[in-house]
Design a protein around this ligand. Structure first.
Ligand code: GDP
Ligand code: MG
Length: 329
């Protein structure tokens, strides 16, 4: 974000070298945030490839075990290995650089297929974003970051305290509403979340709100309860605004590794998830799970969280991400 501001000072014709410099800076800062994942698997793979120097079954086996240990999952790992093997059949990969290049390209293609964009300039009003995900993954933090960004783009934002299960959740959202200068719609703890959403949509229409962001509970007494509540929220929102929610954002925590995969399965079964935000990529060696998410589900990955500050929520860009992973520090 800092780099974007720098670039924007270049008002009329942004020179190509300047653009490139901005991009390199952005990749550089992402590289630092992804340091643990880089070390955790890209580093190990690079080492294995350099040591062996040629592509053979032994190297493929080694790469396979590194990928599985890095939370990429068996299914996706086998797919990656198969693609490298096919490439080798097509054209012999006989030096470390080429092998690494094919590996990088394979991962890039898997991620690129799921690259999506959050609509920062919504075309309908109110634009409703419903966030879902289990407790602790970073839903409320992500909502705050989204609110901050929409505010900086001049939008009128409303936060909705749909996590009525915990009093602290409502308070936390209130603090973020104050800090970001957003409206908040809330009721007391234990209130019916769908009714809070009903109030929110009608208030948003009256107040000419641009963007409504709904927080939801990540845990209720049972999983069935949680899914029933989410479905009810969607029904109630639709009653007022049939096209909404415009985005149903599933928030996943990269540090949970393969758990993020089972969470996606569970939420996807009951809710029409339209986007994924993968948080906490900064503090984990398990960031490779993003490749499994991209491979196993047909849901666009739109946002990544790489820290706790407001500008640490970034648009997901497959090329930047892969470049950051493979860049030497
Ligand atoms: N390092 C890091 N921490 C994050 C990120 N996103 C959220 N967190 C932290 O994760 C914790 C749980 O976040 P919260 O938004 O309350 O989760 P919720 O229960 O899903 O609403 C908080 O301490 C956040 O600061 C991120 O991208 N990077
Ligand atoms: Mg929360």
């Amino acid at each position: 974000m800092r780099n974007e501001t720098e670039n924007n000072t270049n008002t009329d014709s942004v020179q190509e070298p300047e653009k490139k410099k901005g991009l390199l800076k952005r990749i550089g800062s992402l590289t630092k945030r992804l340091a643990k994942t880089k070390k955790g698997f890209v580093g190990k793979i690079k080492q294995a490839i350099t040591l062996r120097g040629k592509l053979d079954e032994e190297l493929l086996e080694e790469v396979e075990s590194i990928l599985i240990q890095a939370d990429i999952g068996v299914e996706t790992t086998l797919k990656i290995i198969e693609r490298i093997r096919n490439e080798h059949r097509r054209k012999e990969l006989n030096n470390p650089e080429t092998i690494l290049q094919v590996f990088k390209q394979t991962i890039y293609e898997m991620l690129k297929e799921r690259e999506g964009k959050i609509l920062w300039q919504p075309t309908s009003k109110p634009y409703v974003i419903l966030t879902v995900g289990v407790n602790g993954v970073g839903k409320t933090t992500t909502i705050a970051k989204l609110a901050q960004k929409y505010k900086s783009l001049g939008k009128k934002v409303m936060l909705v305290a749909g996590d009525t299960f915990r009093a602290a959740a409502i308070e936390q959202l209130e603090i973020w509403a104050k800090r970001t200068g957003s409206d908040i719609i809330k009721q007391s703890m234990g209130a019916d979340a769908a009714s809070v959403c009903f109030d929110a949509i009608s208030a948003a229409r009256k107040r000419n709100t641009d963007v409504v962001i709904v927080d939801t509970a990540g845990r209720l007494h049972t999983k069935v309860n949680l899914m029933e509540e989410l479905k009810k929220i969607v029904r109630v929102i639709k009653k007022q605004l049939p096209s909404a929610p415009d985005e149903t954002l599933l928030v996943l925590d990269a540090t949970t590794g393969q758990n993020a995969i089972s969470q996606t399965r569970i939420f996807k079964a009951d809710v029409d998830v339209t986007a994924i935000a993968l948080t906490k990529l900064d503090g984990t060696a398990k960031g490779g799970v993003i490749i499994a998410i991209a491979d196993l589900f047909d849901i666009p990955i739109k946002l990544i969280g790489v820290g706790e500050q407001a500008d640490d929520l970034r648009d997901f860009n497959a090329q930047e991400f892969v470049d950051a992973l493979f860049t030497e520090l």
